[in-house]
Structure formats: C-alpha cells, structure tokens
Design a protein around this ligand. Structure first.
Ligand SMILES: Nc1ncnc2c1ncn2[C@@H]1O[C@H](COP(=O)(O)OP(=O)(O)O)[C@@H](O)[C@H]1O
Ligand SMILES: [Mg+2]
Length: 256
C-alpha cells in the first residue's frame, strides 16, 4: 500500500533522512524503531504530507505524495490516514466529543447529525464510555492516549500512523494500548505504521519491525527474526546497551 524509496529530508545542515527505503503491505502493521531524534516522526510526517521530502518518493496507492502540489489533492490524500500524534495533542479547550469528531468536521462530508454516534462508537472501541462531555484535563494519561486513538480512527482511515503510542505510560497501560492497537487492526483491517522505542510493544504489535539509523532502514525483519539478528546496531538497540557501535558513532559526531 505504501512504498517509500530514497526518501531524503534535511533541516538546515542536519541530514535526517538519507535515502530511506521501506514498503508497507495492505493490512500489516510495520513498526519503526530507532534512537531519539533519528527521524522517526519526520518520516511519518512525510508519509502523511505534513512535511515534503527533499528527494525520493513516497507512493500510497500509486500516488506520489511528494509530487502532489494541489491543496485539494493533498487533503484527499490525507483522508486515507489517521494520525496519532506523539504528544497525544488533544485540544484542551474542546470536549472529548469535539476532539474525536474534529476530523469528521474538517475532512469528511458526514452530516453533523451523525457525529455524536460515530464518536460514541469509536470511544467504545477503545474502551471508553460516557466521557464525551468531559475535557482532556479531566482524564488520565492512558485515557488521553485512547481518546487520541479514537480520534485517529473516527473517519475510518485505511491506514493509521501511531507515533509512540505507549511512551509515558506505565507498563500495564502500555500493554493495554498495545492490545488495543492489535484489536483495531483485527476489527478495522487497517494498515498501520507505528513508531516506538518500547520493544515489548514493538514485538507485540509488529508484523515486521524496521530499524531506522542514520537516515536509513538498516534492518527489516519479523519480530522473531529481529530477536536473533546479528546486526550489532540493532542488537545494541533492542537489548538497550549503553556501549556499542551506536554510542561510538555518537562520540565521533560529537553529539550526545
Ligand atoms: N521542524 C523541524 N525543524 C528543524 N529540525 C527538526 C524539525 N523536526 C525535526 N527536526 C530535527 O530532526 C531530527 C529528527 O527528529 P524527529 O523526527 O522528531 O526524531 P524522532 O521522532 O526519531 O525522535 C531531530 O534532530 C530534530 O531536532
Ligand atoms: Mg518522534
């Protein structure tokens, strides 16, 4: 469904994506792992058309988003996606109902009279009930993440992009969110890309796991194969060792 080839993206002198290649098959969940600041969120933003790559192509259903200029076409393209932001990013001044139905109002022609029902259904899918009239400040961290999931699926996208869906949650809540992501995949048959550095969640939700390092995917494997990888960079990352080739590189570049 998605094919990224040779994607390049720099911010000033910082070359973040340096020829990234990856494909995502219809119905699968691809997990992207990699160190903080390696460009995972940048890649998701390129996929959804929020950032324009400097080079390469990202095709979704055969349409190259990096070449789409027309605003109407970009809006149509974005409708294929539900996006769960890293920060959750709920609108604090809006009620939960207004948050969940936000995309319905701006991205779809679904009549307003149906929005309440849709919001209620999507909140039920993520295990929440009777909170439509509350404000985000009244919810726990885990509930906010679930509202963000409900918002991402409200317009029934074909593909959901999750940016660190479990970061900042306790291990039990992380596991509940991981189960929820699996559940949504089964119920909605969506294609998904999930960025995370929570390896437990990655193994659980990923059909395949790709590791982003220095702007490229240095390994793509199913969870079982990844666990026995010989790639020293991937080993260091998945085992969480302080010493190893990744650290060495950081020293060489003078970054910490
Ligand atoms: N809009 C931006 N302007 C300038 N630099 C950015 C911008 N977005 C991201 N970066 C930089 O690009 C790098 C990758 O960021 P990001 O994709 O957010 O990393 P990750 O999600 O893997 O932690 C970081 O060094 C970050 O500071
Ligand atoms: Mg990020």
């Amino acid at each position: 469904m998605i094919r990224a080839a040779g994607v390049m993206k720099s911010f000033g002198a910082r070359r973040v994506l340096r020829g990234l290649d990856i494909g995502v098959n219809e119905g699968e969940t691809l997990v992207i792992i990699g160190g903080s600041g390696c460009g995972k969120s940048t890649f998701l933003k390129c996929v959804i058309g929020l950032l324009r790559p400097d080079g390469g192509s990202i095709e979704v259903d055969g349409v190259d988003v990096s070449k789409v200029q027309d605003e109407v076409q970009i809006a149509e393209y974005r409708r294929k996606f539900g996006y769960c932001f890293q920060e959750g990013a709920l609108f604090d001044s809006m009620t939960i109902f207004e948050n969940v139905s936000f995309g319905l109002r701006y991205l779809t022609d679904i009549p307003v009279s149906r929005h309440r029902g849709i919001a209620r259904d999507k909140l039920a899918l993520v295990g929440l009930k009777d909170i439509e009239d509350m404000k985000p400040a009244q919810l726990s961290g885990g509930m906010k993440k679930r509202v963000a999931l409900a918002r991402a699926i409200a317009a029934e996208p074909r593909c959901i992009l999750y940016d660190e869906p479990t970061t900042g949650l306790d291990p039990i809540m992380s596991d509940i969110i991981s189960e929820l992501i699996l559940d949504l995949k089964k119920k909605l048959k969506v294609t998904a890309i999930a960025v995370t550095h929570d390896m437990k969640s990655a193994y659980k939700i990923g059909d395949r796991i790709a590791m982003l390092h220095e702007g490229r995917m240095i390994e793509v494997a199913d969870p079982q194969a990844l666990k026995s990888t010989k790639n020293p960079y991937v080993r260091q990352f998945i085992e969480g060792h302080r010493e190893g080739p990744i650290r060495m590189k950081l020293r060489e570049y003078g970054e910490e």
